[in-house]
Design a protein around this ligand. Structure first.
Ligand code: TYC
Length: 101
């Protein structure tokens, strides 16, 4: 059996971990005008008027609404930009982020 081929006993599995996604969450407040919230959602999260309106109303009624999910850096950057857009107009509009389970 000089030619017998021995199969390797160990297998190397290449594991590619997917980066954890982070949610951007819109938080309701009593001061920011609805129209302004819709405008920010459209501008920063590339939503249609319809989508943006639905997300705004959900946050208005339930207190919070998930806007979108991204990798950590992008979620945090977008939440910061969107929050700053409100602050620039004197509104307490708030976007936060949290990791997806
Ligand atoms: N509650 C605000 C109003 O009645 C509108 C609003 C909706 C503000 C959602 C923030 O995340 C928000 N003018």
């Amino acid at each position: 059996m000089a030619d017998a081929v021995t199969k390797p006993k160990t297998k190397t599995k290449l594991k590619t971990e997917r980066p954890k996604l982070h949610k951007v969450i819109l938080v309701n407040d009593d001061f920011t005008p609805r129209k302004f919230v819709v405008m920010v959602l459209k501008a920063e999260f590339r939503m249609s008027e319809d989508q943006a309106y639905k997300v705004m109303v959900t946050a208005h009624q339930k207190g919070v609404c998930v806007v979108a999910v991204y990798t950590k850096d992008i979620a945090e950057t977008k939440a910061t930009w969107a929050t700053d857009a409100g602050r620039a107009q004197g509104y307490p509009l708030l976007f936060t982020t949290e990791p997806e389970e």
